[in-house]
Design a protein around this ligand. Structure first.
Ligand code: UDP
Ligand code: MG
Length: 326
């Protein structure tokens, strides 16, 4: 008889103490409906300050399907996901949010598509009314802008919730960057892809960990990680500006030759100086974004640090410190 396929569910947890029980119940009832597969649940505690870790460890002490990875501090969702994916051993890996905004029931459909031979099954949000109007609009703008600038197209309304075949996971693990915009990395590797649709529900408990400012930085990271168009923009803007100045200069020369010199023009000079000055500041800022990223990247620091791992087998003898991808 063939070995059952192992499915790894990877879940980042950051201050989700109130969600752990709901999550366990919901995943537990899903697993019961899918007896043809084996499951492992890789939970990454991303430096939570509340009782998330205790709750997770107490589950892992009785349920051997749960593996807990405790990071040494809060590294952010992207790093937590990377840690989970690195430690997942399944034939397919499914990252999912801890707050049950990604419905586990969809996993059954994903597995069906996977068995048809697709290597990536994306879960697309067809209705995001649980997110605020502003978040939906800005997300939409981000996808439009990003996909226009970058060669790697990120599918719209698709988060990290997806199924990836082992092949795809190994490909993602080959990407060495420290700044991990996971949606972009997942899109970059390619492979044969299909989509299933779902309605995004509201969080079960707790609040979103992504404020407007965090999301803005996240969007910047996405764009600067996958496109150098913002750098090139200034060459063209500079070119257009220079051409316009030349035209204007020749106009002034002719006018002076014909009508003589006159002094007025203080306002227009000031406007021109301020305008060009701020353009220059913006372009330097844009350079700074990239240089900053090169700086961070060049330090080659690990993406995450693990404080402990827990699973039923090892719960009495937790492993020692270990580094994530060095
Ligand atoms: N998360 C994390 N580290 C962080 C922030 C968030 O591991 O620094 C996890 C969080 O626990 C949740 C998932 O990432 O499982 C998505 O976070 P959230 O629900 O706050 O994002 P939203 O759904 O609002 O986009
Ligand atoms: Mg959420």
């Amino acid at each position: 008889m063939n070995r059952k396929k192992l499915i790894s569910i990877v879940v980042p947890f950051f201050n989700e103490g109130g969600n752990v029980k709901f999550f366990q119940a919901s995943i537990g009832s899903l697993i019961e409906t899918l007896p043809d597969f084996d499951f492992e649940i890789v939970c990454v505690d991303d430096g939570s300050q509340d009782n998330t870790l205790q709750n997770l460890v107490s589950i892992a002490s009785t349920d051997q399907q749960f593996k807990i990875i405790e990071l040494s501090r809060n590294f952010g969702k992207e790093a937590a996901l990377t840690a989970g994916i690195d430690h997942a051993s399944g034939d397919a890996v499914i990252p999912i949010d801890a707050d049950l905004q990604d419905p586990p029931e969809l996993i059954e459909q994903m597995l069906t598509e996977w068995q048809k031979g697709y290597e990536v099954v994306l879960a697309r949000r067809v209705d995001r009314s649980s997110d605020s109007y502003l978040k939906r609009r800005t997300a939409e703008l981000f996808y439009k802008f990003h996909n226009r600038l970058s060669h790697v197209k990120i599918p719209e309304n698709v988060g990290d919730f997806r199924l990836m075949d082992r092949k795809v996971v190994e490909a993602v693990k080959l990407l060495p960057e420290q700044q991990r915009f996971m949606k972009g990395l997942f899109a970059w590797v390619g492979y044969s892809t299909t989509t299933v649709d779902y309605v995004r529900s509201a969080r079960v408990a707790g609040d979103s960990k992504f404020s407007g400012w965090k999301l803005w930085n996240f969007a910047l990271e996405g764009i600067t990680s996958f496109s150098s168009a913002p750098l090139k923009l200034w060459t063209y803007l500079g070119g257009v500006g220079a051409a316009l100045s030349l035209i204007y200069a020749s106009y002034i020369i002719f006018r002076t030759l014909i009508y003589g010199v006159d002094l007025p023009g203080y306002a227009s000079i000031l406007v021109a100086v301020l305008f060009v000055g701020s353009l220059q500041l913006m372009s330097i800022g844009m350079l700074g974004e990239y240089v900053g990223r090169i700086y961070i990247e060049s330090k080659r620091r690990p993406v995450y640090l693990i404080r402990n791992t827990y699973s039923k087998k090892y719960i009495e003898t937790p492993t020692k410190n270990s580094l994530g991808r060095v």
